[in-house]
Design a binder for this molecule. Structure first.
Ligand SMILES: C[C@](O)(CO)[C@H](O)COP(=O)(O)OP(=O)(O)OC[C@H]1O[C@@H](n2ccc(N)nc2=O)[C@H](O)[C@@H]1O
Ligand SMILES: Nc1ncnc2c1ncn2[C@@H]1O[C@H](COP(=O)(O)OP(=O)(O)OP(=O)(O)O)[C@@H](O)[C@H]1O
Length: 291
């Protein structure tokens, strides 16, 4: 192994997120339609005597590059599960383009990218089911991020049903640069036994079809998150008013809000309007990653 190895860590978006039960262990069962956008952190690795991590990019500041970082935790977990499978240390560089604690799974995507990178370098097989079980130990969103394609997640996020097809949509992401801890939002949730997701239409190939289905769904974490950060509600309203916006909603536990569009031009126009109105917010426009 001599050359540099890369893995992208794309942003996760919960198009719909229903919380169906509070479990004995304090976690919550959920049902979520999860997609990924073509906006990503990037992980790079070169062989080295030992494992190390350097973080660069717009959101590197304040993020520890020590052993608590999810990238190094994922590498250590992989080495413990498959000792000797990757027989060199790695000098890792994470280019952090996604805001942290933002509801778009940045840390989870980084952990998943690290697991994919290790699996790619492994001299022995690392079956996807076992890799996914390892991912679940790192965080509820990590198994979904391992696949990085449209899917329905159940359980606490570890039971995954990838979708065979998905309409090519465009997404606008806006984050007010207020970090929101997932556990704080769950703690504020009042109703824990919400109804499950309705059945998805088959085939699911047109953005308008997806829009009709999404209108029957929710993000149950949006009301408690708005209580913590009222600005989230304003951002949803602003995106909803943008021409061509099929749906505007918060992703995950927030505070990032997304707008879903059928047209790339309209998505880029909405993003440009948001940037102009709120230059201090993080705004991105990108196509979804579809099968
Ligand atoms: C809300 C989602 O973003 C939806 O995709 C994810 O389920 C959260 O995934 P994550 O950030 O990887 O979450 P973790 O790091 O595993 O959990 C953070 C905290 O959120 C709460 N948590 C998380 C996931 C879940 N299904 N139920 C929970 O109650 C727990 O208090 C947990 O201690
Ligand atoms: N590589 C990493 N990138 C981002 N956060 C990390 C990383 N490693 C550890 N963390 C920690 O994980 C926490 C969650 O960060 P993350 O960006 O994954 O949140 P999130 O986008 O809200 O995730 P989710 O959508 O899964 O709830 C942060 O508080 C951060 O300190």
């Amino acid at each position: 192994m001599s050359q540099t190895h890369f893995q992208a860590a794309p942003a996760k978006i919960n198009l719909a997120l229903h919380i169906t039960r509070r479990r004995e262990d304090g976690y919550h069962d959920l049902e979520s339609l999860i997609v990924f956008a073509d906006v990503a952190d990037e992980l790079e690795a070169v062989p080295a005597p030992g494992d190390s991590l350097t973080i660069t990019g717009p959101f590197a500041r304040g993020l520890s590059s020590g052993e608590t970082n999810l990238v190094l935790r994922a590498v250590a977990a992989f080495r413990a599960r498959w000792p000797g499978a990757v027989d060199t240390g790695l000098a890792l560089t994470l280019h952090k383009s996604l805001p942290v604690a933002a509801g778009i799974g940045g840390g989870s995507a980084d952990a998943a990218a690290a697991l994919r990178l290790m699996a790619g370098l492994s001299r022995q097989p690392t079956p996807i089911a076992e890799l996914s079980a390892l991912a679940a130990q790192l965080g509820a969103d990590v198994p979904a991020c391992l696949l990085s394609r449209p899917l329905v997640a159940r359980g606490i996020g570890e039971i995954l049903a990838p979708l065979p097809e998905f309409p090519l949509c465009h997404i606008v992401l806006v984050n007010p640069m207020v970090p929101l801890a997932t556990a704080d939002v769950f703690r504020r949730l009042r109703a824990h036994d919400n109804y499950p997701l309705p059945a998805l239409p088959t085939p699911l190939t047109r953005p308008a079809q997806l829009g009709i289905w999404l209108a029957e769904t929710r993000n149950d974490l949006e009301p408690p998150a708005i209580k913590l950060v009222p600005l989230i509600g304003d951002l949803v309203q602003r995106l909803r008013a943008a021409p061509g916006c099929i749906l505007a909603r918060m992703s995950g536990s927030g505070a990032t809000v997304f707008g879903l569009f059928g047209s790339s031009t309209q998505a880029h126009q909405a993003a440009s309007d948001l940037r102009q109105a709120s230059p201090d917010h993080w705004v991105a426009a990108a196509p979804l990653i579809v099968p």
